[in-house]
Design a protein around this ligand. Structure first.
Ligand code: SF4
Length: 121
């Protein structure tokens, strides 16, 4: 199985999860992939803005819920861009105080910030 097919399968399962999303740790079991390989594929999808990762607890363990980012929410982000300061995702981020290196909310893997930087590069 190639990395690309991991990403395709993960994206399809996350899409099927709808608004409730899919618990990341459950994906590894369903797809039969190890967490390291799966996390790498998920990071690519998050960076590309196709899915978002939300911290959650499942079976008493901290993990992430993966939720598909629809094109509808992307168009809302474009409306925010009318004011340059307000278009910076961190400016209005509800997770700003919890964000930092080594945290669940991490600017190095933040899909919103990555997408903003790619668009404004
Ligand atoms: S890097 Fe991402 S999670 Fe962190 S504050 Fe900015 S937008 Fe929020």
């Amino acid at each position: 199985m190639t990395k690309q097919s991991f990403e395709d399968k993960i994206l399809n399962m996350v899409k099927k999860g709808g608004e409730d999303g899919v618990v990341q740790s459950d994906l590894w079991n369903v797809l039969g992939i190890d967490s390291r390989e799966g996390s790498r594929a998920v990071n690519k999808l998050v960076r590309s803005g196709l899915i978002k990762r939300v911290p959650t607890t499942s079976k008493g363990r901290r993990t992430y819920k993966l939720i598909y980012v629809s094109k509808k929410s992307e168009s809302v982000k474009l409306l925010v861009k009318l004011n340059p300061a307000m278009s910076i995702p961190c400016f209005l981020c509800k997770d700003l105080e919890k964000c930092g290196l080594g945290s669940y909310f991490n600017p190095l893997i933040c899909g919103r910030l990555t997408k903003f930087l790619q668009i404004n590069d």
